[in-house]
Write a protein that binds this ligand. Structure first.
Ligand SMILES: [Zn+2]
Length: 73
């Protein structure tokens, strides 16, 4: 029995997306139903780069937080 939802169901600011999913996918075309992810080496590298940049920011924020905590005892 097919119990798969017949709506996209992605969370939006108004609740959930009521669009029909792309055929064979779980999300509508606005919410990644058409996306196949990064396929080219360039695309994958760009994603990895963005991930590293985010982690650097997080580590800096954590280091700053630890420094402040240490000063306050
Ligand atoms: Zn959607």
């Amino acid at each position: 029995m097919n119990t798969k939802a017949e709506i996209c169901g992605a969370r939006t600011k108004d609740g959930v997306c009521m669009n029909a999913p792309v055929t064979g996918k779980e999300r509508c075309r606005l919410h990644g139903g058409l996306s196949t992810g990064a396929k080219t080496p360039e695309g994958r590298e760009r994603q990895a780069e963005a991930k590293r940049a985010r982690w650097d920011e997080i580590k800096q924020a954590l280091a700053l937080y630890r420094d402040q905590a240490a000063e306050c005892g």
